[in-house]
Ligand binder design. Structure first.
Ligand code: DQA
Length: 143
């Protein structure tokens, strides 16, 4: 089973950005955590990070027929991007939404999530662990 893991804008700045909210571990640490989680779950995975909405839309479109599941943390695009929502709807790949921080207990603008309209499940506020739970969910869901 092949899973694509997409991280959106500023997630490449983990470790440096607002460590009181996102922790001190880096994006490289996150990639290593995701890769070892995939090994444990016997999943094949590809990691993709971009700061650009259109690049994320392109990547989702290119996933059609290639990946069986999608784990996405769209960063701030969570709260603004109908284009990312529409791209996921277009390819119909089972998708799980992840956020490192607990977006629902932060500013009100973070409590809107377009991706949640299509996500099969959401893991929020669990740090890196949310990605592992998302991968395990997809393994079970896609079967
Ligand atoms: C985030 C939460 C978003 O509100 C924020 O814009 C991010 C990261 C998270 O993982 O907690 O960039 O998606």
């Amino acid at each position: 089973m092949k899973i694509l893991v997409i991280n959106g804008p500023n997630l490449n700045m983990l470790g440096l950005r607002e460590p009181d909210i996102y922790g001190k571990k880096t994006y490289k640490d996150l990639c290593e955590f995701i890769k070892s989680s995939c090994d444990e779950l016997s999943l094949e995975c590809e990691l993709y990070q971009s700061n650009h909405e259109g690049a994320i839309v392109d990547k989702i479109q290119q996933s059609y027929g290639v990946f069986d599941g999608l784990v996405i943390n769209p960063g701030a695009y969570t709260h603004t991007s109908i284009a990312i929502l529409d791209a996921i709807k277009a390819v119909s790949i089972p998708t799980v939404e992840v956020h490192i921080s607990d977006v629902d207990s932060r500013e009100s603008f973070r409590q809107i999530s377009y991706v949640s309209y299509v996500a099969k499940e959401r893991y929020i506020g669990l740090g890196f662990e949310g990605y592992k739970k998302a991968l395990a969910f997809l393994k079970e869901y896609v079967g």
